[in-house]
Design a protein around this ligand. Structure first.
Ligand SMILES: Cc1cc2nc3c(=O)[nH]c(=O)nc-3n(C[C@H](O)[C@H](O)[C@H](O)COP(=O)(O)O)c2cc1C
Length: 329
């Protein structure tokens, strides 16, 4: 069973990927989408979106500090530009390329990228094929799609287009673009796709607990999953799933306490503070964002949030977070 950390623009940046893979349970990360128009990006654009590619930042290129591979996600509709950028990313060391056919954002869809392409399986086929042909055979090319644009009637056609285009696997977010992020996720709609395809299908959407994983597995018939927001709320959700399904032994599993979480936030703070390119004013909001996501799981996060919200200085923010772990865990 494989667990992939979802790309989430504005949430799973390289710092989040670093923290969450250090906590563990993930087998792969995908970067936030890089939107391709008709140009070949210079190296610095790849490094900005995908700092794990930059040899100055990392011990092993295209891996997080705990050794988990990271794929670059590209979003666009021009097969040639997508292929050229994919080839460049691979030349810079990207371990794989993921193609985004699921983004519901208006700006992206107006320019025919992301989920809008789900109306045209033939174009999806061409995009996957073009990227597949541009990168070496041993580099995985994968795709992430939703069930459809307005409705799920083309789900199978799109999944087959992705397979026939030469993708190594496909992740399916079990909702249409029209559904947005409104629950539920239609996990059962993945089962026929899983059955029809020879390549692996990774289920995604609304997995917030181990029970959700088990139900999703049963309904979708997919063992592999991608976790998004659930991993922000329960940072050790991937570990919990592996433990409860017997993939991880008792000795290798310890529930993540608030004290543990605070240590990871300290590390996040240190990493961000030592990055000279990162503006100081970015760091406190980032810490607040994390604590906010953690509130449903940790009462300590809830207890400090109203005070934390008022703080602008990153040093004061991390101090408040550190102090909260000195109380009984
Ligand atoms: C804030 C946010 C940003 C997202 N950005 C991306 C993205 O860059 N690329 C992508 O393929 N999906 C993106 N997604 C979709 C997620 O990868 C995932 O498919 C979705 O959140 C459903 O999974 P979840 O219920 O586990 O969160 C984003 C989702 C959120 C909430």
């Amino acid at each position: 069973m494989k667990i992939v950390l979802a790309p989430m623009d504005g949430l799973t940046d390289s710092y989040a990927r670093d923290i969450l893979t250090r906590i563990g349970g993930f087998d792969l990360c995908v970067t936030e989408f890089l939107r391709v128009t008709d140009t070949l990006f210079p190296q610095r654009v790849f490094y900005r979106r995908f700092p794990e590619l930059n040899p100055n930042n990392t011990q092993v290129i295209s891996h997080t500090s705990s050794g988990i591979p990271v794929f670059l996600q590209l979003l666009g509709s021009d097969p040639q530009a997508m292929a050229e950028n994919a080839a460049k990313a691979v030349a810079l060391g990207s371990q794989g390329i993921d193609l985004n056919f699921g983004c519901p954002a208006k700006t992206v869809n107006r320019r025919e990228g992301g989920a809008s392409l789900l109306q045209y399986p033939e174009r999806i086929y061409q995009l996957v094929q073009s990227v597949r042909q541009a990168v070496p055979e041993q580099i995985p090319v994968t795709a992430k799609m939703r069930l459809g644009y307005d409705d799920p009637s083309l789900a199978m056609d799109n999944a087959l287009a992705i397979e026939n285009g030469g993708a190594d696997w496909v992740t399916v977010h079990a909702r249409t673009k029209l559904d947005g992020y409104r629950p539920p996720a239609y996990w059962e709609a993945l089962a026929p796709v899983r059955k029809a395809l020879a390549i692996p299908v990774i289920a995604n959407g609304e997995i917030w607990s181990v029970d959700d994983y088990l139900l999703c597995r049963q309904k979708s018939q997919c063992e592999d999953v991608m976790l998004g927001r659930g991993a922000m709320v329960i940072p050790d959700l991937a570990l919990q799933i592996k433990y409860k399904t017997g993939q991880l032994s008792h000795e290798h599993y310890k529930p993540l306490s608030w004290t543990d979480v605070v240590k990871h936030l300290e590390q996040l703070y240190l990493l961000m503070s030592t990055n000279t390119a990162l503006k100081e004013r970015y760091i406190a909001p980032r810490l607040k964002l994390w604590v906010k996501w953690l509130m449903p799981t940790y009462t300590q996060a809830e207890d400090i949030f109203s005070e934390l919200k008022k703080i602008r200085n990153a040093g004061d923010a991390i101090k408040l977070i550190q102090d909260s772990s000195k109380a009984v865990d």
